[in-house]
Design a protein around this ligand. Structure first.
Ligand SMILES: Cc1cc2nc3c(=O)[nH]c(=O)nc-3n(C[C@H](O)[C@H](O)[C@H](O)COP(=O)(O)OP(=O)(O)OC[C@H]3O[C@@H](n4cnc5c(N)ncnc54)[C@H](O)[C@@H]3O)c2cc1C
Length: 472
């Protein structure tokens, strides 16, 4: 049996590896000159400064049930951890900290410590079973129905509601809000608590590490493993029509759902094509990569020891910023995700110098220049940041799409991530990967379980094909 995969993001490579493991011929065609999609690193600012073009922090990769079974360390993948997975500074100069240890996190959250422990400890204790359950289509027969029911009762709530009910003080509320804002949906929306719980669980269970040398190391290790299994990858091969592909038993599309609709064309029914093309977009992002001549001068010292820092202040402020985005307005004080990899991986910059990236959410395809708003938020918690900047590289929605066609209009999640569109991704089905009754499979983050570097969309899509074709 043979297969072609269009796109070499983590999900495309995961699909190809799963097929190669089953003895298939697996060929991957990648449009860009370098492989890896959202897991790539490059010199974006100055010589010697290696930046992650998209993903930087990888709790979902180190905890991925699929990646964990692959010998990626043999191909040079080495995880490094900062002292703390995450810090969240507040205006009084303190920071809420997510430690690896639940006990230390509890101690830091003082009055809310016990409530935090009560919320997280039972979930962290069962993290592997939970990860297996939620990193697959939500519509499935659960092997752990009671565990999933317990998780679901919390995860289906709104982040703002759950944080306000569980916690009395701002540090714990803000910490939870920052985790939830990764979802890119309003914090009042049903199920906005889910991503906060998942990221918190992974933070305690496996950490929020980064690969030494840059995110490309994940893709390179996956690619090397695929080649070792007999697979092949061709870069600089943009697929514009499936008619140009050789005859094959199955085609996997590691593309956005909208590109999949176009490429599939008349091979799928008009109804399905319309459904895919009409899948709603998520918001866009505006990102800045920095080359810095020193560490960021954080007011709260804990921020200097956390590779990820969430900037946005209180729960109310973060919720307001995310509501603005959902209403199509550019937030004046946006919520920022900031990564500072060189605090624990000095290989990415010249000695003593540093890299960082920060991005915020903006309405879809918006052209706003968020540089000042982003840097004002960083200065708020790290006065003097501006004086550390040697160079910056700005990525707007359009430039993100130019570097990876799957980032359609700057949507980094493969489409909307509200509860309904996580359930019906791209349509409501227990087998959402196969496009109709064809030999086409969508395997990107536009399928369950959605965005992030974990390879689980690709793995499940390939498993579905193996089962359809009787080789599973
Ligand atoms: C700025 C940013 C920051 C992020 N940060 C994180 C993070 O810290 N941690 C995390 O886990 N996730 C993060 N993500 C999300 C993560 O990068 C994605 O969810 C993940 O890469 C999705 O993988 P994928 O394989 O589905 O698609 P992609 O990684 O997007 O790969 C798709 C590939 O398909 C190729 N392609 C598309 N169309 C064609 C075509 N017609 N012909 C040939 N090739 C084609 C593209 O060039 C690309 O290489 C971030 C994303 C962005 C944009």
């Amino acid at each position: 049996m043979n297969s072609v995969t269009v796109g070499s993001g983590p999900n495309g490579l995961a699909a190809a590896i799963t097929l190669a493991q089953a003895g298939w011929e697996a060929r991957v065609l990648e449009a860009q000159p370098t492989l890896g999609g959202g897991a790539r690193s490059m010199e974006l600012t100055l010589p010697g400064f290696v930046h992650d073009h998209c993903s930087a922090i990888h709790p979902l990769a180190i905890g991925s049930p699929f990646f964990r079974d692959l010998p990626l360390h043999v191909y040079g993948l080495e995880w490094v951890h900062s002292k703390y997975p995450l810090a969240h500074p507040l205006d009084d100069g303190t920071a809420a900290v997510l430690h690896r240890s639940i006990e230390q996190t509890e101690a830091g959250l003082k009055e809310d410590g016990i409530a935090y422990g009560n919320l997280m400890r039972p979930l962290v204790a069962q993290w592997e079973a939970l990860a297996n359950e939620f990193l697959q289509p939500l519509l499935h027969v659960s092997y752990r129905p009671f565990l999933m029911a317990r998780f679901g009762l919390l995860a289906l709530r709104s982040a703002a509601g759950l944080a306000s009910r569980c916690f009395r003080q701002e540090p714990a509320r803000a910490l939870f809000a920052g985790l939830a804002a990764h979802s890119m949906i309003p914090l009042e929306a049903p199920a906005s608590a889910a991503i906060a719980l998942v990221l918190g669980i992974f933070g305690h269970a496996v950490g929020w590490p980064l690969p030494r040398g840059g995110a490309s190391r994940i893709s390179e290790a996956l690619a090397e493993h695929l080649r070792a299994l007999g697979g092949a990858i061709e870069t600089g091969r943009k697929v514009t029509s499936l008619d140009h592909l050789p005859k094959t038993d199955a085609i996997f599309l590691d593309t956005s759902v909208w590109q999949a609709a176009e490429l599939a064309g008349k091979r799928i029914s008009p109804g399905l094509r319309h459904k895919l093309a009409a899948f709603p977009h998520g918001p866009s992002i505006f990102k800045i990569d920095y080359a810095l001549d020193r560490r960021i001068p954080w007011k709260a010292p804990e921020c200097g020891d956390a590779a990820t820092v969430h900037l946005g202040g209180t729960l109310a402020e973060i919720a307001f910023a995310e509501r603005e985005v959902a209403r199509g307005r550019v937030p004046v004080r946006p919520f920022l995700l900031l990564a500072q990899p060189t605090i624990c991986d000095p290989t990415r910059a010249p000695a003593g110098q540093h890299t960082a990236w920060a991005y915020c959410h903006i309405p879809r395809s918006n052209n706003a220049d968020m540089t000042q708003a982003i840097e004002a938020q960083i200065e708020r918690f790290a006065p003097g940041f501006g004086r550390c900047i040697l160079a910056r590289h700005i990525s707007r929605p359009q430039s993100l799409q130019a570097a990876n066609a799957s980032l359609d209009g700057g949507d980094i999640s493969g489409g909307a991530c509200d509860l309904w569109h996580l359930l019906a991704r791209p349509s409501l089905s227990a087998n959402p990967y196969r496009l109709g009754r064809t030999h086409l499979y969508l395997c990107s983050s536009s399928t369950p379980p959605g965005g992030g570097v974990h390879g689980m969309c690709g793995y499940h899509a390939a498993r579905q094909a193996l089962s359809v074709l009787g080789r599973g």
